[in-house]
Design a protein around this ligand. Structure first.
Ligand SMILES: C[S@@+](CC[C@H](N)C(=O)[O-])C[C@H]1O[C@@H](n2cnc3c(N)ncnc32)[C@H](O)[C@@H]1O
Length: 430
């Protein structure tokens, strides 16, 4: 039987998917259910995703549903029979994909030109999550971050993230999660320090080491992530730091320096100038988040040449390789499409960055920085120096081969091919 609701019709695949959700809720294998509107959705302000989890309320299982919109989240709870009716109506309302994770198998529901389909996948998680209503939210942005978050306009006076800053707030939390992991790896944040629950006054252990770290945020803009790393290093790791936010726009520098002065942010200074040339005393950690085009490479060159141990770089727009692309015959039918060629050039730029970093002695992880629905520029290259630089000719050869394969004459990191860092520090032991 076909059930019609607002245009789309239920069909056996939709019914089967709803049944799988019901079964997993009944037998306790349910992990989560996520819905994403498809690009063809015509809704005004559709949620970017809807995340649901199973919770106990007054002794009864409920589905807790959070619709994540651009400016704010909306959460409500439904008892199971109503939740299943809601799900069926959602699937029929507008085209979307739905992903059900259970402890035994994951299931994906998607609309295709032949109608909805259900596809099975191996389980992404084999243990059920807790069903408690109020799970403690762990975050580095606890009470001790209130002063700078407030001064930068990210939270209101009671410490709640402002709806208009919700995306930035999430980005800061994600950045701190990645940075904390890497700082622990480098021994700059004690391995025992974990993100506190959002309860005031949570203590953290003393510093992992006491040497003053020099940190550079290249292209720091309004300083949100500069303050975030400073907060993690000074207030959570209790590390002495001198942290420089470098920014080409003097008016931004003036306004964020005023915030740093107002909250007495010891060790934090904002400096006007160009990433490529500004005077720096050194660099243990370099971050460059969404610095435009080849400014990312200018930052990487500085970090590598100063022998920075940790690099955290989120590339932004990529313009350098696209006009140079000369694909080999096998790739020509694919890359004759402008859109594909543009995306491929972006990938190639970042792939070459990774190879250059490996040649320079770094171990690189490529991670998702922000969810891809917020921006396509959502990669973060996280690199820790693990070897002396420029020693393994095979790594250099990989760069040359990849460039040659796609006809690339010039990449902004080419100066590294000479393998001659301009300071002694880059040759220091790792
Ligand atoms: C997209 S914003 C990102 C700001 C910040 N990193 C963040 O993620 O919130 C990029 C910033 O980099 C700055 N910038 C770009 N090229 C630069 C350069 N060569 N030297 C200094 N700053 C630069 C821009 O002025 C801009 O404020």
């Amino acid at each position: 039987m076909l059930i019609r609701s607002c245009g789309l019709m239920s069909n056996p695949a939709t019914e089967r998917f709803c049944d799988l959700v019901r079964q997993s809720l009944d037998d306790g294998t349910f992990v989560r259910l996520v819905l994403r509107p498809s690009a063809s959705s015509t809704e005004t302000d559709p949620p970017r995703r809807i995340v649901t989890r199973c919770i106990e309320l007054r002794g009864q299982p409920h589905l807790s549903i959070t619709a994540q919109h651009a400016r704010q989240d909306r959460t409500w709870n439904l008892p199971l029979p109503e939740a299943l009716a809601w799900l069926r109506a959602e699937l029929m309302r507008t085209p979307k994909t739905a992903y059900l994770a259970t402890t035994t198998r994951d299931w994906q529901w998607m609309t295709t030109s032949d109608g909805p389909r259900v596809v099975g996948h191996p389980p992404s998680q084999t243990a059920p999550p807790p069903r408690t209503h109020d799970q403690p939210h762990t975050t580095w942005l606890d009470e001790s971050a209130r002063d700078w978050l407030l001064a930068l306009g990210l939270v209101d006076a009671s410490g709640r993230p402002k709806p208009s800053a919700a995306d930035k707030y999430r980005q800061i939390e994600r950045f701190l999660e990645i940075a904390a992991h890497q700082l622990q790896h480098c021994g700059w944040l004690p391995a025992t320090t974990t993100a506190p629950t959002a309860v005031p006054g949570t203590a953290s252990p003393g510093p992992a080491s006491t040497r003053t770290l020099t940190v550079v945020d290249a292209g720091c803009g309004k300083g949100y992530l500069t303050f975030a790393l400073w907060h993690l290093l000074t207030r959570k790791a209790h590390h002495p730091v001198q942290l420089f936010g470098i920014e080409a726009r003097p008016e931004l520098v003036r306004s964020v320096q005023a915030v740093a002065d107002r909250i007495g942010a010891r060790g934090l200074a904002f400096v006007p100038g160009d990433i490529a040339t500004v005077d720096l005393p050194g660099c243990d950690i370099l971050m460059a988040l969404h610095a435009c085009n080849t400014a990312t490479d200018a930052a990487l060159l500085r970090g590598i040449r100063y022998g920075a141990r940790l690099l955290l770089v989120a590339p932004c727009c990529h313009h350098q390789l696209r006009p140079q692309l000369r694909p080999p015959p096998l790739w020509q039918p694919v890359l004759r499409h402008g859109l594909l060629a543009g995306r491929f050039a972006t990938w190639l730029t970042d792939a070459l960055r990774v190879l250059f970093l490996e040649w320079a002695g770094y171990k690189v992880r490529v991670v998702e920085f922000i969810e891809s629905e917020h921006t396509p520029m959502n990669l973060l290259l996280s690199a820790i120096r693990v070897r002396p630089p420029f020693r393994d000719p095979a790594r250099r050869e990989r760069i040359l081969q990849l460039k040659e394969t796609f006809g690339i004459q010039h990449h902004a990191l080419d100066p590294l091919l000479n393998g001659s860092p301009t300071t002694d520090r880059a040759d220091a032991s790792v």
